[in-house]
Write a protein that binds this ligand. Structure first.
Ligand code: TYD
Length: 204
């Protein structure tokens, strides 16, 4: 049976990486084969693109940024995620196309629909089955960031537009479920696992 593709999303500082790894461990203890990936990156070309995206000293035009994220994602989808799902593995991803909808579509104001279309064209149907959104107040997110990258370090305005973009996605897209990320990691992990079990009960 094809595996499931679950993405963890949220503003900078929401704690996705920690939660995704802990949820992966929990699902493995249920006997599932679970792999974790991260975006941008995850392939040699994707990691090179990540370096430009997060550390470029040159100003990146909003559409150049959006297309680089989409390019990194297209590599990861075709070379890593699709084969894993085909083999029956579950894939837990730290970020996904939904980051582009929130950051480039809403945050950079390029438009969520057009960013969705451009990404869909590059993904060949590799799309998250479920998105767990770790929802956090942008001020709290900024306070939690230790070593902000180019985008995370841009300040509150961008994070606020991104947070409202994510909120609209929770309201309009059935794949997206929100978890209150202001509580401790253990609680957030427990809520996330519960959401996954509710959604895919027959196979977890
Ligand atoms: P990430 O490595 O997840 O950083 P963090 O763990 O600090 O959240 O993501 C790096 C940055 O890239 C983050 O600010 C979000 C941004 N980003 C986008 O703007 N669009 C995208 O499509 C993706 C995947 C990330």
């Amino acid at each position: 049976m094809r595996g499931r593709y679950i993405a963890f999303e949220g503003i900078d500082g929401a704690g996705k990486s920690t939660v995704a790894e802990a949820v992966a461990e929990e699902l493995r203890s249920d006997g599932l084969v679970v792999e974790t990936v991260r975006e941008p990156g995850g392939t040699p070309v994707g990691e090179a693109i990540r370096d430009i995206l997060l550390h470029s000293h040159d100003h990146l035009e909003p559409w150049a940024e959006a297309l680089l994220f989409a390019a990194s994602r297209a590599q990861l989808a075709a070379q890593t995620i699709a084969p894993l799902l085909e083999d029956g593995s579950w894939v837990l991803s730290d970020r996904s196309v939904y980051s582009s909808l929130a950051y480039q579509g809403a945050g950079r104001e390029l438009g969520v629909d057009v960013v969705r279309s451009v990404n869909a064209a590059g993904l060949g149907g590799v799309w998250p089955d479920l998105v767990v959104l770790l929802e956090l107040d942008p001020t709290a997110g900024l306070a939690r960031q230790q070593d902000p990258d180019r985008i995370g370090g841009e300040g509150l305005g961008l994070q606020e537009r991104v947070a409202s973009g994510y909120r609209r996605l929770v309201e309009t897209d059935q794949a997206v479920v929100a978890v209150d990320a202001s509580r401790g990691v253990a609680r957030v992990v427990r809520d996330s696992v519960e959401i996954i079990r509710e959604r895919f009960g027959e196979s977890v």
